[in-house]
Each structure stands twice: as structure tokens, then as C-alpha cells.
Write a protein that binds this ligand. Structure first.
Ligand SMILES: C[S@@+](CC[C@H](N)C(=O)[O-])C[C@H]1O[C@@H](n2cnc3c(N)ncnc32)[C@H](O)[C@@H]1O
Length: 293
């Protein structure tokens, strides 16, 4: 059987068959092997909902045909990008979890700035791994603007944002956000660092200047090695989608990437318990960050 992407049909020609248990397992294992995202059997409906529409667009009648296409069709790499869009959860916002960010500022960022000043090494690298549409890297850039003010121009600051989803990375590069992204952003910050454009509010060029964005799969160890060495890695609300084996792999990459004594910041309810003992937990106002030993 030959299945090609050129069979794409804009019309809903037929109702897609329900996914069988075997097809679910095959598709789940295929996705896991590509990007480490693990979909539990209980969330089988998620595949039916999210992929059903795509199968219809392609004019495919069942998930077996879709798997064939993902494995063998010319253009399968392009289709894989669509799979990544369908399988990821991209929820994020500016100043997400303000309490944790305050703890980060007091216990990690300010001491790091002081240490760098003392050593006359005015540079900071931060990696936002799984940055979605960019709100987290821009928040970090704004925090640095707030702390350093005019002194910022003496510093070399690099905030590297990366994500599996090309659509999210494109949105991050545009730096334009709707009101939803500002739900926990202080009003003065919103006024100071964003300007009104046709489609929403756009981050100022000065804030954008500290950031860069690229598509990156955290499962791709070689690509991950190319990320500049960091003083801090932010990876909040990402490893919850991985199983323990993938968590260990990714956390191992963060360890390699971090400078000695550098910090890994996970989502406030995420932990390295049973994943890695290579970090020392540090309490930062009700949350925990992990310091490379
Ligand atoms: C819920 S968002 C978190 C965004 C941000 N870190 C935050 O906390 O607001 C999770 C992001 O992780 C990304 N992601 C999932 N698996 C990934 C992988 N293997 N490589 C890179 N990014 C991945 C998803 O595309 C998604 O944008």
C-alpha cells in the first residue's frame, strides 16, 4: 500500500475509525521514541480527538494507515512536525508562578549577579528548555532588565529558548501576546515592556535582544549538546510529560550543560526524587531548585 501526503483533502470525507488498542500502543511507542512524550493508556481518547481530524484531512480511514505514512511516506519528517504540534501541551504565561520567580530572584539570580560582578565576569547564560511560545524567556529578560537597569549594557546576557513545536517557536520569535498571557503579569511591567500592535502586545526590542529561539527536541542528545553552557536551566512543566527513563536522560543533559554550581529550576510541583542525585535541593521561598554538585 502506498500512502502519500499529497492525498490531503480539505473536506471531511469520512468518519475516522476509532483507534484500536494495538494502534494506540504503536502510535504511542512511535511518538515516545521520537520525543520522549509518554501518553498513558488512560488518555487514549486524546489520540482519537487530536489525531482524528488530521486523519480526515489526509483522507485516511484508520490509524494503521497513518502509522504507515509516518514511517514510510516521503515528507514524513514534515508530518512528524504536525505530530509534535498535536501531542504537546503548550500552556504558559508571562510571570507564570510569581511566587517561585520571586524565590528564584532572591535566592539564585541576585547571588549569581553578585558573584559574577565580584569575579569581574559580567555574563549570564540562561536556558529555557521547553519554552513554548516564549513567555518564560521574556519574563527572565524582563527580570534582568529590572535588576540591572542601565548597567545592563555592560553585561553579556544570553537567554536561549527552545521547544519541540515549530509553531510555538515561531510565536516566541514574534513576541506578540494576547491578554491571556498577561494574567499574572504586574500592570507596571506590562506597560513598561510591551507596546500595542495590531494583534496584541509586542515585547520591546530591548527585552527581545537578550533572547534567541530555536526548535529543539530534548530527546536529541547531540542537538542538546550544542546549547551554550548555562548558569541556570529553566525547565518548568515539561518533564511531567516524560516517563522516568526520559526524565533521567533529559536531566542528565541539563547536568552536562550547567556550569559548576549552576541551578536547574523545574515546575514548582516537580521533583528530581528518584530521577537524579547529582543535584543538591535548595529551598527558594516555598519552592525547590536544584544545584549542580
Ligand atoms: C506546558 S509547556 C511549558 C512552558 C513553560 N516552560 C512554562 O512552564 O510555562 C511544555 C512545553 O514543553 C515542550 N516539549 C515537550 N516535549 C519536548 C521535547 N521532547 N523537546 C522540547 N520541548 C518539548 C512542549 O512543546 C511545550 O511547549
Amino acid at each position: 500500500m502506498s500512502i502519500s501526503l499529497s492525498s490531503t483533502s480539505p473536506l471531511l470525507l469520512r468518519r475516522t475509525a476509532a483507534i484500536t488498542d494495538e494502534e494506540f500502543r504503536e502510535l504511542r511507542d512511535f511518538i515516545y521514541a521520537k520525543c520522549g512524550i509518554w501518553v498513558d493508556e488512560k488518555r487514549k481518547y486524546l489520540f482519537e480527538n487530536r489525531f482524528g481530524k488530521r486523519l480526515n484531512e489526509l483522507g485516511l480511514k484508520n490509524f494503521g494507515d497513518y502509522l504507515q505514512l509516518l514511517r514510510h511516506a516521503p515528507g514524513r519528517d514534515r508530518e512528524m512536525q504536525i505530530v509534535f504540534e498535536l501531542v504537546t501541551t503548550n500552556e504558559t504565561s508571562l510571570y507564570r508562578d510569581t511566587k517561585q520567580l520571586d524565590g528564584f530572584k532572591t535566592h539564585i539570580l541576585l547571588p549569581l549577579l553578585a558573584e559574577q560582578r565580584k569575579a569581574n565576569r559580567l555574563e549570564i547564560n540562561i536556558w529555557s528548555a521547553g519554552c513554548s511560545s516564549g513567555e518564560e524567556p521574556y519574563t527572565l529578560s524582563i527580570m534582568l532588565h529590572e535588576e540591572l537597569g542601565l548597567d545592563l549594557k555592560r553585561w553579556k546576557i544570553q537567554i536561549t529558548g527552545c521547544d519541540l513545536s515549530p509553531a510555538m517557536v515561531a510565536k516566541a520569535k514574534s513576541g506578540v501576546y494576547s491578554e491571556y498571557s498577561f494574567k499574572t503579569t504586574p500592570e507596571n511591567i506590562k506597560r513598561k515592556y510591551f507596546t500595542t500592535v495590531k494583534d496584541g502586545l509586542k515585547v520591546t526590542p530591548a527585552v527581545a535582544a537578550l533572547t534567541s529561539f530555536s526548535v529543539l527536541n530534548l530527546n536529541d542528545v547531540l542537538a542538546v549538546k550544542r546549547i551554550p553552557k548555562s548558569h541556570v536551566v529553566f525547565c518548568r512543566n515539561v518533564i511531567i510529560y516524560f516517563d522516568d527513563a526520559m526524565k533521567k536522560k533529559v536531566v542528565g543533559s541539563f547536568y552536562e550543560n550547567l556550569a559548576p554550581g549552576g541551578f536547574l529550576v523545574l515546575g514548582h510541583s516537580e521533583t528530581l526524587h528518584k530521577i537524579s542525585s547529582a543535584f543538591r535541593p535548595k529551598f527558594i521561598s516555598g519552592a525547590v531548585a536544584y544545584q549542580k554538585i
